[in-house]
Design a protein. Structure first.
Length: 831
């Protein structure tokens, strides 16, 4: 039965091919639609005739490939190869696009699939079309929807071969788990994957590395805000500009043409050299513009740990100031592999400090830790407080400098430049500290001592104000809202009966928040900033000002306000009022003096205030609040942006879920929905939501699981790094759970306060919540039962998003696998 269906499809298929071929032999088009077939000698050409896609033969071999090359360059320069490791052996191949948006290279004589692009799991496919753009990108998108370069069905730019073209993103799409790296050809005439790969390594702060068979050969190093620390030649130039982006969704390097008539490419040649080439039209040849591999100091870690390489010296290696060779004899014989060590060994004495070293290529950042928001002073403090921290520096030197980068253990692959280069602060013993630096450190210490008492006074004031404020609000609700404040809004009259909330006037809130001054800003929630306000008689409120660009209409806003105002639960932040006036929409919440849970569990000092029993109460409280949203409230509410900073603590450290700006209510029995706009916070987003935009109560359960692990561990899921693996906190927790050593996860500051069975149970439940498949995750009802109960728990399955993972890749099918063939052909028949 199955066989017959396959056969029938093949016949139709052959017929189509013949039919097509009889009409046209070369496509002048830049597109491939689902009913077209590209065969040997046929190509498609980008609109401005910059690039051409088709079959080509590599050298004199009988290997044939599908690739993209420059149309106008006579000596064919291939920039992309689809089937580099699975060549066709003759000219009877054909390229087709299936109705499912899958690109297939098929050997017609043998009937098998040589290579196919995986379908996308994020975009639903409808009338797919493939188009070759003038950037050299072959992109598959839904014809009716136009080109969406951010999230196409598939694009060749996500699967680079050995060439980085302008506009390509080199690096990571963290949401889809795509690692875009490039690998050399085996030889000039063999596109098969060679030994050399250039990639962005994310084991620590992202850095460029060139590997040979997996071993680092050359390190471009981390981006310092202006350039890659190890690539001194990468400077502003007339041909291209460049940028490096690190955020929660992406980490990538990209260069773009300033003058679009220039042809340039960055290619990893078979010998392992990275070359930036420019096309010289009047000579009709590619010329080498530059290459990061310039001298002996570019070999990875040539001078060993704590050694520094300077090409102007002879020999090139020396120990950093305050360091000496580990093995003086070998060092003299120019065997630098053992490197250097501190002249006076470190012993974690509190007198230890840091010396400044300038004009350096920053050391290997594998295993490093970073934070984009800390100041240099905070960075120093953090490094000093951890004895295994050996060095620190500013993460981003552009502007006034920001962020913090810490190294632990040996510092490898340092190079010294004659000029420019970066600054590094390296830990040394007390007697080695340069005197100028010494003075600055002691000043820093004094400043910090002053801050502590002030914050206590402030806390006391806030607590009393809050108590005062509660009684005010009762009074306020009793009195209702003054008439004159309502008349500004012509639209609200008919809805007034529905709004059980006081409406506050814009002018009242402008005064209360000091005209929404920056100083009053408490933070940025979903859909807008939140300000602290003080009403005329001294009462404090939190005002959330919805961004004017928010697409939410007035009607929807009112609906949301009405539904939220009806939510009453001790673990939810209470909505006190709202303001709808002109283009402004604002929500007024009770003010929580203790701020977010994040300011407790992620802060070294504050975290001590939350011992295990308090944390357990927080976990249970959040679970109850969430259960109320999911089940017990009249509407089924999905929060969609549950995270530590959205959990506020009241004066008794009771958790209250806040920020419903992204929440969606579901009517009746609706269980799942889909959104075109994924909102939320990376690190807390369930895979099905980050990927497909599908959300359900289980999306919140996933975020709850992440929260539990973060509360237990005192570390952020995102930003968590571990020396031995690249997993995030979830992956780390899962690994420890499997080994039965989950208690290692517990935050150090919890010390004696932990109740081991309760901690283990919490971690276990947390892992059940972060399971990859929503159907495996428990509901909040069972979560509460499991947390409080004592019975055995089910074993968690693999979590979602515990490490970069691929959801979309160009894979190469095997020759023999007839099942692959059947599968795809059957799919073709399906329509
Ligand atoms: C083939 O594609 C062309 C262009 O997209 C379209 O005009 C034509 O109707 C299609 N033919 C079939 C049989 O689908
Ligand atoms: C491709 O074109 C060349 C020259 O026009 C011709 O000799 C050759 O037979 C063609 N090959 C195929 C497979 O059509
Ligand atoms: C064309 O390429 C071949 C092989 O790569 C090379 O030997 C030849 O010099 C090139 N010709 C020109 C004009 O660049
Ligand atoms: C991708 O392919 C798999 C297996 O063929 C299928 O189950 C899935 O629905 C496809 N996804 C899309 C978006 O077409
Ligand atoms: C390059 O990226 C591919 C696809 O994401 C991945 O499978 C491969 O492991 C990466 N190569 C290296 C050396 O990391
Ligand atoms: C690079 O130049 C292009 C074209 O002038 C411009 O559109 C782009 O914004 C520039 N990018 C950066 C990072 O400066
Ligand atoms: C860092 O600051 C930026 C903007 O200043 C903010 O969006 C981001 O959430 C902050 N990150 C952390 C980890 O606090
Ligand atoms: C110091 O930092 C390392 C690496 O991040 C970490 O494993 C260790 O627990 C830290 N030690 C202290 C005392 O914080
Ligand atoms: C570095 O800082 C500058 C100026 O503050 C900012 O524009 C840029 O985005 C930052 N770069 C990175 C990679 O964070």
């Amino acid at each position: 039965m199955e066989q017959r269906r396959v056969l029938k499809t093949k016949l139709i298929f052959t017929f189509l091919v013949v039919f097509n071929a009889s009409i046209t032999c070369t496509f002048a088009s830049d597109t491939v639609s689902t009913n077209q077939t590209i065969r040997y000698n046929e190509t498609i050409v980008s609109p401005q005739e910059t690039f051409e896609l088709g079959f080509f033969r590599a050298g004199k071999s009988m290997n044939f490939y599908v690739g993209i090359w420059y149309k106008k360059i006579p000596n064919r320069t291939v920039v992309w190869v689809a089937n580099r490791n699975t060549p066709l052996k003759h000219t009877s191949g054909e390229l087709t696009l299936t109705l499912q948006g899958v690109l297939i290279i098929r050997d017609v004589t043998k009937g098998y699939i040589v290579c196919s692009s995986a379908n996308s799991s994020t975009t639903s496919v409808k009338n797919p079309i493939g188009q070759l753009l003038d950037t050299g990108n072959f992109i598959i998108y839904n014809e009716g929807e136009g080109i969406n370069q951010e999230d196409p069905i598939w694009q060749s730019f996500d699967f680079m071969t050995d060439t980085l073209l302008p506009g390509m993103k080199f690096g990571w799409n963290l949401v889809k788990g795509i690692d875009r790296n490039f690998t050399s050809w085996k030889s000039d005439t063999n596109p098969a994957s060679g030994e050399f790969t250039y990639k962005i390594d994310t084991r620590g702060y992202p850095q460029l590395i060139l590997t040979e068979g997996g071993v680092i050969k050359v390190r471009g190093g981390p981006w310092d805000g202006l350039r890659f620390t190890g690539i001194s030649y990468l400077k502003p130039n007339p041909y291209y500009n460049f940028t490096f982006v690190v955020n929660q969704r992406e980490i990538y390097y990209q260069y773009n043409l300033i003058d679009t008539s220039v042809l340039t490419r960055l290619v990893l040649v078979p010998s392992g050299r990275l070359e930036r080439l420019l096309w010289i039209d009047n000579k009709q040849e590619w010329s080498l513009y530059n290459s990061p591999q310039r001298d002996d100091c570019d070999q990875y870690a040539v001078c060993g740990p704590f050694g520094s390489c300077n090409i102007d010296n002879s020999p090139v290696c020396s120990c950093l100031k305050g360091f000496e060779p580990v093995s003086p004899d070998q060092w003299r014989d120019t065997d630098w592999s053992q490197g250097c060590r501190h002249t006076i060994p470190l012993d974690c004495n509190p007198g230890e400090g840091f010396n400044i070293y300038s004009n350096l290529k920053l050391p290997d950042t594998r295993g490093s830790w970073y934070n984009q928001n800390m100041t240099l002073l905070e960075c120093e403090k953090m490094c000093k407080s951890n004895c295994s921290c050996t060095a620190y520096t500013t993460l981003n030197i552009s502007g006034t400098g920001s962020g913090c980068l810490l190294w632990f253990g040996a510092l490898n692959d340092i190079k010294r430049f004659a000029e420019e280069g970066d600054t590094l602060y390296i830990r040394v013993s007390a007697s080695e500290i340069d005197s100028i630096k010494n003075r600055r450190s002691s000043n820093a210490g004094r400043r910090i001592r002053v801050i502590v008492p002030v914050s206590f006074v402030a806390l006391a004031i806030l607590v009393s104000l809050c108590l005062f404020y509660r009684s005010y609000m009762k009074k306020q609700q009793h009195q209702g809202t003054p008439e004159h404040e309502r008349e500004h809004d012509p639209e609200n009259k008919s809805d007034d009966e529905d709004l059980e909330l006081p409406l506050l006037g814009l002018s009242t809130l402008v005064t209360a928040t000091n005209n929404f001054s920056v100083d009053n800003k408490l933070g940025e929630g979903g859909f807008g900033p939140v300000y602290k306000g003080v009403l005329e008689d001294g009462q404090e409120i939190a005002v959330k000002r919805l961004a004017q660009t928010s697409t939410q209409g007035l009607h929807e806003f009112k609906n949301e306000v009405i539904s939220i105002s009806k939510l009453q639960h001790r673990n939810l932040v209470k909505l006190l009022g709202c303001c709808i006036e002109r283009a402004e929409k604002m929500l007024i919440y009770e003010y929580m003096p203790n701020k977010g849970l994040d300011s407790f569990i992620f802060d070294r000092t504050q975290s001590k205030l939350l011992d295990w029993p308090a944390r357990y109460r927080v976990i249970i409280g959040i679970a109850r609040g969430l259960l109320y949203l999911h089940q017990d409230s009249r509407l089924r509410i999905i929060h969609r942006d549950l995270k530590v900073s959205n959990i506020l603590l009241d004066t008794d450290m009771n958790p209250k879920i806040s920020d419903f700006g992204m929440a969606r209510s579901f009517g009746g029995n609706q269980i799942e929905a889909n959104t075109n706009r994924v909102v939320g916070t990376y690190g807390y987003m369930a895979p099905e939501y980050a990927g497909d935009g599908t959300f359900s109560i289980k999306t919140d359960v996933y975020s709850f699981g992440v929260l539990v692990l973060e509360i237990v561990c005192g570390e952020k899921n995102r930003g968590f790094t571990h020396k031995e693996h690249g997993n995030n906190l979830i992956g780390h927790a899962w690994g420890l759970h499997k080994e039965g050593t989950s208690l290692e996860l517990v935050a150090k500051c919890l010390g004696e306060s932990i109740d081991a069975p309760q901690v283990l149970r919490s971690i276990h439940v947390g892992l059940l919540c972060v399971q990859r498949h929503p159907e495996d995750r428990p509901t909040m009802t069972s979560v509460i039962h499991m947390l409080g109960g004592e019975g055995p728990l089910p074993s968690p399955k693999e979590p979602g998003f515990y490490v970069g993972e691929s959801t979309q890749r160009f894979y190469e099918g095997s020759y023999e696998a007839s099942s692959t063939n059947e599968l795809s052909v059957t799919t073709l028949n399906g329509r």
